[in-house]
Write a protein that binds this ligand. Structure first.
Ligand code: MG
Length: 379
């Protein structure tokens, strides 16, 4: 029996994760859940999965949850402290981190320090502090298991392989909803929130539209698999059937394919190294017909280039890119700035940052705050 805690249980990854768990009650037990402000759904999840601990974003949400769960015997927590407590519970074997943003960093670090397996959907953890996280995981014997579909694909393709056999990684990108749109300046939040193949939260949907999502994934892949930036390529593949590929030194490549359903990488991370039966719909290639590929346009989508630039600068720069992006996306969703202002603001913040080459975790938190502050100020 694997004992699981989920950070971000009411988001799209969290909900999918609980659906997988629900199908395999003999394999998994939910020990703790942490949600944001969707307390109604969180209360339902608590009643269904009966965890020992539940955590919410703030005091108001806690008051509401208490009312919904009146008479229920459960420990209730809140805020970052709550996330850390959930992440480090002695009875938990595997932590699923599916919160959005850099708020996931502290609990992920603490979980790894306790030697827990970490199933990571929160990209920002590895983007902001990739080297520190990977070193720490090694030191404490903690496995980091990717939930992102691309990284899960790479993880599956290289399973049992030696690093020396790998030539490069090719991450696939759906291209987002604006792949072929001419006028990018006039895009509104409503336009951007309609994603063609994946149904996700607002932040990641905007990141997909700007291609920053792919940029963050390039950075994540670099740290997770130890592959240099120049050997990580991106190819646009609108059908989202091939989730990524690995090319080996002999020119042979391996790909991982499935229908686009997040339950697939979630189930693999939960059950690794085993595979669960009947998690997603079967792939029917003849009904799909054809798969297509094209080069990403780095001039029209500068966010992807900025991510490569941040990775090449190294040190604290990816954390700054990530912090500036979080704020820029927030401002775009609030209609404070335009779609193409997102990369403009991120670039300005990066230009102003003096890189700390070998940062401590405290450095990462400080530059993250600085990057956010700058991104709020700039126009
Ligand atoms: Mg992805």
């Amino acid at each position: 029996m694997k004992r699981i805690a989920i950070l971000g249980s009411t988001g799209s990854i969290g909900v999918n994760c609980l659906q997988v768990i629900q199908r395999y009650p003999e394999r998994f037990r939910v020990m703790a859940l942490a949600g944001g402000r969707n307390v109604n759904l969180l209360a339902e999840q608590v009643m269904q999965f009966k965890p020992e601990v539940v955590s919410v974003r703030d005091k108001d949400s806690k008051t509401q949850l208490k009312k919904l769960l009146a008479g229920y015997d459960i420990e209730m927590l809140q805020g970052e402290q709550g996330l850390v407590k959930v992440a480090t519970m002695p009875t938990v074997d595997l932590l699923v981190s599916a919160v959005v943003g850099v708020v996931g960093l502290r609990p992920a670090i603490e979980a790894v320090k306790c030697g827990k397996a970490l199933a990571l959907a929160n990209k920002e953890t590895l983007v902001a502090a990739g080297r520190i996280m990977m070193d720490m995981a090694k030191e404490h014997g903690s496995a980091i298991l990717p939930i992102d579909s691309e990284h899960s694909a790479v993880f599956q393709c290289i399973h049992g392989r030696d690093r020396a056999e790998i030539q490069k990684i090719i991450l696939t990108a759906s291209g987002g909803p604006f792949c072929h749109r001419k006028d990018l300046e006039s895009i509104t939040p409503d336009d951007a929130l309609r994603h063609p193949t994946w149904n996700m939260g607002a932040k990641i949907t905007i990141d997909s539209a700007t291609l920053m999502n792919k940029g963050l994934e390039v950075i994540e892949a670099h740290y997770l698999f130890g592959i240099p930036a120049e050997d990580i390529q991106v190819v646009v593949h609108p059908q989202s059937i091939i989730h990524s590929m690995v090319e080996f030194v002999d020119g042979s490549a391996m790909v991982q394919l499935s229908v686009p359903d997040m339950k697939s990488p979630i189930a693999y991370a939960l059950s690794y190294p085993e595979r669960l039966e009947g998690v997603i719909e079967r792939l029917n290639l003849s009904s799909i017909g054809s798969l297509s590929f094209e080069e990403p346009d780095l001039e029209r989508f500068p966010c992807l280039q900025l991510a490569y630039d941040a990775l090449n600068s190294g040190g604290t720069m990816p954390a700054v890119l990530n912090a500036a992006n979080e704020v820029a996306v927030h401002r775009f969703l609030g209609k404070d700035i335009g779609f193409m202002d997102i990369p403009r603001i991120i670039k300005q913040v990066m230009d102003r940052h003096k890189v700390i080459p070998d940062p401590s975790i405290e450095n990462i938190f400080v530059v993250t705050e600085w990057g956010k502050e700058m991104a709020w100020k700039l126009q």
